[in-house]
Write a protein that binds this ligand. Structure first.
Ligand SMILES: [Zn+2]
Length: 346
């Protein structure tokens, strides 16, 4: 039933009706990992799936918006075209340069990269990826670890799957103070799981280089800071927040020879950043900042909390967002007199 309604809605969506009914909204997508084959990094999207999405946009004459265009829409009041969409990709891994950028180039579309500058400098790789890595490599069936906040945390592979444990431990750590999370990984998590601390960044998590980043900009893509170490800003002290943000801006300025005005919060839920972070960004010359709340960017909204949809795995879900059926559903939900019960929910 739900699939049939979505299929029908997507057929109607081709006419542009939903876009006409919900003007002033822009879907911004967030990609993660992209691989040439279906194998490799867990949770990655294949280049072919991405290519199918972009081919659809090209066929239907969608406008793929660049960051400069978005800035003019939000800061100078330029209007958001009805058939428009924008793409971003977070963290700065090697496949972003090798695979994702290449697919966007095939269509001449801009892609916007948010890079963890400590990763490009090869000084660290993201704590959340290290959790996945350490748990995947774990030699212990059971373990009791001490969280950064001092609480005990038990994990048991005979009771829970690797996937469940990974999700739970990551979520638990998102709520902890992350000031010393990289020391904690090295001194607590790796030893307790009997995994040796990798001397260099493992193959699956290798970053692009600054030369790659310069090349991306020369090809018309955007490269912007995404903090120095990917720690969750709202868990850090004011001094640490300031260092995370300013250090990443300085590295981008030095390496890419321009002053960035766009930023993305690590993890990006509303609880992952706060007013102090926004103040620091403003005083550092940032004019747009993205979170990861799944919603449309709206004309006239505050430019420091720009929403992004995760790029869906299925074409039907992708279409629902680009044809603004999602926006229409949201609009109808705000007007309870309409028969919303007939519409599928997200
Ligand atoms: Zn990120």
């Amino acid at each position: 039933m739900k699939t049939a309604i979505i299929k029908l809605a997507n057929l109607v969506g081709e006419t542009g009706l939903f876009q006409f009914l919900t003007p002033g909204r822009l879907p911004v997508f967030m990609l993660h990992r992209v691989t040439d084959t279906d194998e490799g990094v867990a949770g990655a999207m294949s280049a072919d799936t991405l290519r199918r999405y972009l081919a659809y946009l090209a066929r239907r004459r969608y406008q793929v918006i660049s960051m400069d265009q978005l800035q003019r829409m939000l800061c100078d009041g330029n209007s958001i075209p009805l058939r428009s969409v924008m793409f971003t990709i977070d963290d700065g891994f090697r496949d972003h340069f090798d695979v994702a950028a290449r697919v966007f180039d095939e269509f001449g579309y801009p892609l916007n990269f948010f890079v963890i500058t400590g990763l490009l400098d090869r000084r660290l790789w993201p704590w959340d990826d290290q959790i996945s890595y350490a748990l995947t490599e774990a030699r212990q069936q059971q373990s009791e670890i001490l969280l950064p906040g001092g609480e005990r945390y038990r994990l048991d592979f005979s009771v829970q799957s690797l996937r469940e444990i990974t999700r739970d431990l990551r979520n638990t750590l998102k709520r902890q103070n992350q000031g010393h999370i990289y020391d904690w990984l090295r001194n607590e998590l790796y030893p307790k799981l009997a995994v040796s601390y990798p001397g260099e960044i493992p193959e699956d998590y290798r970053p692009m280089t600054w030369d790659d980043a310069r090349d991306l900009r020369a090809r018309g893509h955007g490269v912007y800071p995404h903090t120095y170490s990917h720690r969750i800003l709202s868990t850090l002290s004011p001094v640490e927040k300031e260092a995370e943000i300013r250090q990443s801006l300085e590295r981008v300025t030095t390496e890419l020879d321009y002053h960035p005005e766009v930023f993305a919060y690590p993890t990006g839920r509303r609880i992952d950043y706060d007013k102090t972070d926004i103040e620091i960004l403003k005083s550092a010359g940032i004019r747009l900042a993205f979170n990861t709340v799944p919603d449309y960017v709206r004309a006239g909204q505050t430019p420091f909390e720009l929403a992004r949809f995760s790029l869906p795995d299925s074409m039907a879900d992708f279409l629902q967002i680009v044809n603004r059926f999602e926006a229409l559903k949201e609009k109808l939900h705000r007007q309870p007199e309409l028969p919303v019960s007939l519409l599928p929910t997200r």
